[in-house]
Design a protein around this ligand. Sequence first.
Ligand SMILES: Nc1c(NC[C@H](O)[C@H](O)[C@H](O)CO)[nH]c(=O)[nH]c1=O
Ligand SMILES: CC(=O)[C@@H](O)COP(=O)(O)O
Length: 165
Amino acid sequence: MASELKNLSVFSTDHLPDISHRQFAIVVAEWNAEVTEALFSGAYQTLINYGAKAENIVRGNVPGSFELSLGAQWFAQRTEIDAVIALGCVIQGETKHNDYINHAVAQGLTNVGLQTGKPVIFGVLTPNNQQQALDRAGGVHGNKGDEAAMTAIKMLGLQQQVYSL
Ligand SMILES: Nc1c(NC[C@H](O)[C@H](O)[C@H](O)CO)[nH]c(=O)[nH]c1=O
Ligand SMILES: CC(=O)[C@@H](O)COP(=O)(O)O
């Protein structure tokens, strides 16, 4: 469903887990910082709003979205980290460079999650232009950072459910 039909900051909050003891890493790409900083603000505030403690949220910066996978892996391999949220914005350029980045980071983050068994959330915008990015980083379509944080919370809830069976 396109973001035009589903606001990124509107989600069901039924049956959320207690995350007051959970530790989160947020990895942020520096490319398109105006956008990625807005994504970070949304993700951070969403975690706080739903019970995370500020002292349990750690941030790491990477140069670009291509480096999100390795940055996420370094955090995910730390025992104390329960979930990783990766935030970036890859705006389509004149060449196919964005395609290669997008595919690499999507697969890379997937692999980190599968290898570590921890939620590693794909909070990367892949817009065609700057306006589409801004619309999804606190604009008319909500904030992808909010969505990424809520996804991490819900996946921790499922993990807790599964491992308490
Ligand atoms: N063009 C964008 C990039 N490019 C940089 C790459 O992510 C990477 O850092 C470089 O290829 C060196 O490995 N990154 C973004 O996050 N967003 C872009 O629009
Ligand atoms: C993906 C990007 O926006 C950046 O790497 C520049 O891309 P391009 O060289 O295709 O304009």
